[in-house]
Each structure stands twice: as structure tokens, then as C-alpha cells.
Design a protein around this ligand. Structure first.
Ligand code: MLT
Length: 248
């Protein structure tokens, strides 16, 4: 698993969204590294991490992350994820909750997919295998993910179009198969921060309110921001997360 490891202090693992890679954190990296040791992996198939030949499953991605913690000798970490990265974080909480000392959830949700969303993911997977990803995937997703294309839109497209069709297909199927995480979150005693873009076109704020309720965590809603705050409004994102990080 390829990763970037910068800074010192309390380790924070940040898991990227779909269909992006660890470069999604670049705009916030310097501001985060002032407070924590930041470790940003490329989840399997994305960025510089190979896909491998396991069946699609976010539990497998979560196991990869636990393997990375073992490799780095990290007993417990702050764990964060944006969107799909949040789903992976919740899968990790099911597999190895003792490895997580604090949880940062960014524009993500605990509920599993509806049948309609699942069917859509399978259609995306088939098209990605057939046609690759450019330009149709960014054409379809950007208007939903980014509120103002001038704020991070080009960078989001570039990251999307750098990914492999086979990996996009694998992750789509893995997300379609993911479990509902509400009971996992409710059952654990978590120290959590939930950050959400007010104008997230994919996941309404009500889903973040549910996460905050399930985790008994703090909720920070970022005004005028879409689905990818670290890329769209990195300064507002940092202002929301750094007080929480600095206190851990
Ligand atoms: C993401 O941003 O990681 C994905 O779009 C999330 C999803 O499709 O559920």
C-alpha cells in the first residue's frame, strides 16, 4: 500500500474518497502537519497502490489499512475518511476498533445503499470496465461534488481521470456491497468529529447529523461547501478540524 507519512506527534490516517487518491489531501496537508503526524494511503487500486485480485469489498480495504498500522508499528491512531474513505473507516471500526483513538468523518454516511444506488454503482462499474473513466465519470460527478468549478474543480477532474477503469469498477462494487454501519457507530464509545459541506450534492447534511448523533460527536457544517471540503475550501476545512486535532 503506497502512502505519504509527514510530520510528527499523534498519528492521523486520512482515507480518500472515490474515485480519487491520497493527493486529495494536498491542499490541507501543510496545515494538518502543523498539528499531527499525517499518514495518507492510496487505497487499493487508486493512486500508486495496485488493485490486487481480491473480490470487491471495503472490509478488504480496511484490512489493508490495519496492515499499514502494523507495518508502521502504530498501536492506535486518529482515523479519518472522506466519503468512501469514511465507509472504509467504519469497516475498520468493525474489524479493529481498538486501533482507533479518535474518528474524523468528512462528508460521509453510515447507511448502506438503496437498491437504486446499488444498481447505479453496478452500471458505473460496467461502464468503467468498458470505456475507462475519462471524460464521462468526471462529467457526471463533478456537478454533484463541487459547488463552484473554479474552486478545486480542475484538480478533482485531474485526480478522477488519473484512475484506472478496473479500480473504479472494483470500488463501485465494493461500495454497493458495503454494510450499514449505524449499529457499529452506536455501539462504540467514540471520540468523533463530523465535518460536512453544507451544499454537499451527494449527501445532505441530515446524514452528517445522523453520524454526529450515532457517535455522540461534534458536528461542523461548512457553509457554501460541497462534497469535498479539503479540496474545495481547504482553509475552512482546516479551521474546523485543527482545534480538534490539536487537543488530541
Ligand atoms: C465518494 O465521494 O467517495 C463517493 O462518491 C461516495 C459514494 O459514491 O457513496
Amino acid at each position: 500500500m503506497h502512502y505519504t507519512d509527514t510530520g510528527s506527534g499523534t498519528p492521523l490516517i486520512l482515507l480518500h474518497g472515490f474515485p480519487l487518491d491520497s493527493r486529495m489531501w494536498d491542499g490541507a496537508r501543510t496545515g494538518l502537519v502543523d498539528h499531527v503526524r499525517l499518514i495518507t494511503p492510496d487505497q487499493r487500486g487508486f493512486g500508486r497502490t495496485p488493485l490486487g485480485d481480491d473480490a470487491p469489498s471495503l472490509e478488504t480495504v480496511a484490512r489493508d489499512v490495519v496492515g499499514l498500522l502494523d507495518e508502521l508499528g502504530l498501536e492506535r491512531v486518529l482515523l479519518g475518511g472522506c466519503s468512501m474513505g469514511g465507509y472504509v473507516a467504519m469497516a475498520l471500526l468493525r474489524a479493529a476498533p481498538e486501533r482507533v483513538s479518535g474518528l474524523l468523518l468528512i462528508d460521509t454516511k453510515a447507511v448502506a445503499d438503496t437498491d437504486e444506488a446499488r444498481a447505479n454503482r453496478h452500471a458505473v462499474a460496467e461502464r468503467a470496465e468498458r470505456d475507462g473513466v475519462a471524460p464521462w465519470l468526471a462529467d457526471a460527478m463533478l456537478p454533484v461534488l463541487v459547488t463552484d468549478p473554479a474552486r478545486g474543480g480542475a484538480a478533482v477532474r485531474e485526480l478522477m481521470e488519473a484512475q484506472d477503469g478496473a479500480s473504479v469498477a472494483w470500488a463501485s462494487r465494493a461500495m454497493a456491497a458495503r454494510l450499514d454501519s449505524r449499529e457499529t457507530l452506536r455501539a462504540l464509545e467514540l471520540d468523533a468529529l463530523v465535518v460536512h459541506g453544507e451544499l454537499d450534492g451527494l449527501m445532505p447534511v441530515a446524514l452528517a447529523e445522523e453520524l454526529a448523533e450515532l457517535t455522540a460527536g461534534e458536528l461542523r457544517v461548512l457553509p457554501g461547501t460541497g462534497h469535498l471540503p479539503p479540496m474545495e475550501t481547504p482553509d475552512a476545512f482546516l479551521a474546523a478540524v485543527t482545534p480538534w486535532l490539536a487537543a488530541r
